[in-house]
Design a protein around this ligand. Structure first.
Ligand SMILES: *[C@@H]1O[C@H](CO)[C@@H](O)[C@H](O)[C@H]1NC(C)=O
Length: 248
């Protein structure tokens, strides 16, 4: 579940980037409706079976090399270190942008994307240590964390960056927040493979999924916005801002 934003932004922007250098430019500065339609269309075309030439299928599932969710400040009832390594994130192809703000001629204004996704599943090896609502938890195995009806907001502002006579948007102040309607956890091999304990813990986690998500949300958002920042920065560093949009 934690690889979602990364995937979204990566996919959207790699599509856009691959497409933008061609004239005519698809959208005017600040035309959020056009930008949304354009990116969504591009996105669904590139993931459709009818277009095997374009290589986006390999992005769903997306490889997530490593993600660490470390949470446990203050009085929080959830205090865990959860590490995912070599996971796969499924569901990227079904996400859509629902609102775009910013991207006007003045690149220093706030830019914002609202994105929705039907489901996201992060599947692969995990390691967890800590405490969840007073119960100790530990284990190493395979996990599947699935989120349904996820709403994501990504915002950032831009600094003008001059390079070889062109102006680029340098991404700053990136903020990321993600809200799933529901979350489902499945951890195999908890407690060194003690099946009774492990089964009970999985039931317990799912009965308390909403509470657990709430407690870990800011840690999740934090680890995400870092990855995100690198990716979004990379995209805007490649294409001069004036090449992205058409004049009024
Ligand atoms: C992960 O769990 C979800 C929901 O329980 C399920 O639909 C999905 O098939 C699982 N994914 C994998 C790869 O096992």
């Amino acid at each position: 579940m934690f690889g979602i934003a990364l995937a979204i932004v990566f996919c959207i922007f790699c599509s856009v980037q691959a497409h933008f250098p061609d004239d005519p430019k698809p959208c005017k500065y600040g035309d959020g409706e056009c930008i949304m339609q354009f990116v969504n269309t591009l996105f669904s075309e590139r993931f459709s079976e009818e277009d095997p030439g374009l290589n986006l299928m390999q992005l769903d599932p997306l490889k997530v090399d490593k993600m660490v969710i470390s949470q446990g400040e203050g009085e929080s009832p959830v205090s865990i270190t959860l590490t995912f390594t070599d996971n796969l994130l499924y569901g990227i192809k079904d996400q859509r942008i629902v609102k775009v703000k910013g991207f006007g001629k003045d690149l220093t204004t706030k830019h914002e994307l609202k994105i929705v996704s039907k489901t996201f599943s992060l599947v692969g090896p995990y390691n967890i240590q800590g405490k969840v609502l007073i119960l100790p938890i530990s284990g190493t195995g395979i996990s599947n964390m699935t989120m349904a009806n996820v709403k994501i907001i990504v915002s950032f502002s831009g600094n003008p960056l001059e390079k070889d006579g062109e102006t680029y948007l340098d991404v700053t102040n990136l903020k990321f927040s993600m809200k799933p309607e529901s979350t489902h956890y499945q951890f195999s091999n908890l407690f060194n493979g003690d099946k009774a304990l492990g089964d009970n813990m999985n039931v317990f986690l799912n009965e308390n999924a909403e509470e657990i998500y709430k407690e870990t949300a800011s840690a999740i958002d934090r680890s995400f916005s870092q990855m995100y920042l690198g990716l979004v920065k990379g995209v805007f560093a490649k294409v001069p801002y004036a090449k992205l949009f058409a004049e009024e």
